[in-house]
Design a protein around this ligand. Sequence first.
Ligand code: ATP
Length: 333
Amino acid sequence: MDNNPTTTTTTTTMIEIKNLRFTYPGIDGHPPPGSTPLIDNFSLSLQSGERCLLVGSNGAGKTTILKILGGKHMVEPNMVRVLGRSAFHDTALTSSGDLCYLGGEWRRDVAFAGFDVPIQMDVGAEKMIYGVSGVDPQRRDELIKVLDIDLSWRMHKASDGQRRRVQICMGLLKPYKVLLLDEITVDLDVLARADLLTFLKKECQERGATIIYATHIFDGLENWPSHMVYVAHGKLQLAMPMDKIKETSNLSLMRTVESWLRKERDEDRKRRKERKASGLPEFEDKVDGRRVIGDPARSVPPVLNNGWAAGRLHSTIKGEENFILSSNRVLRQ
Ligand SMILES: Nc1ncnc2c1ncn2[C@@H]1O[C@H](COP(=O)(O)OP(=O)(O)OP(=O)(O)O)[C@@H](O)[C@H]1O
């Protein structure tokens, strides 16, 4: 990606994604043979100091991409490099704190540097924060201030937002080089969120850290990102420096993203309508190399487990053999 001017003097490639392809494993632990990849042909490169907003509609693949970058899903090592290393295979990347992922599972329990405390326990904020070893006391003080944490808070009595502040503080105690944020600010009040975003921006400008932040909330983000990445159906639609985006759109950040998502939704609707008009089912995919088709509105029941559902799908269309599996994957829209 083009680099935006930052106060760092040298830039280094921090994240390199090359032709990423990924399919979630099925019930047997393997990707269903012949199935359509969820993430396909996805490439992206981010330099030190860059702050990238990752946007897309629900189910577009943002969390999946962040988890792959965070080393939580295995992919071929040359497809994804973080700090020049494979996040999945090189566990030292996360254990050293150089690569930090805050989202998903992290939100449910605080798990940081071996300190694993369920948030329901009667434990004080001070104990949790000071329990993380090997931390620069100055950085700790700054984070406590930025997040306006009262060290006497008891975790089991704290509000969602207060608990989240303690969690975020713990997650950021070590000076990461790459930070992956999967919408962690939903519970924060306007002030806490604004101060946190300012702190994160400073980290990129002063220390050359790189951040990818997946979010649906654009309040107060207008001048935060240096780059935007838009993903739809697991495919990269756009990766651009913010100043270029501002050149092409007079709209606010939120309205700009809204216009992309509206266009995407309208195109999806149009495609579905055309398929229906030509006698084809609205959805199709390949499983075991066979075409599997269906109309989820009529025939696919809710997701049962792990993205799979049992269901009846259409049979034969235009002479093609359309397979009905006992456990059909829910077809992507
Ligand atoms: N463990 C899983 N097994 C199978 N499919 C999954 C799994 N996790 C997610 N998916 C599917 O992958 C697709 C992308 O999901 P993902 O969570 O990456 O999207 P997202 O862009 O983060 O969405 P949102 O904005 O709603 O958080 C969805 O269709 C989802 O159903």
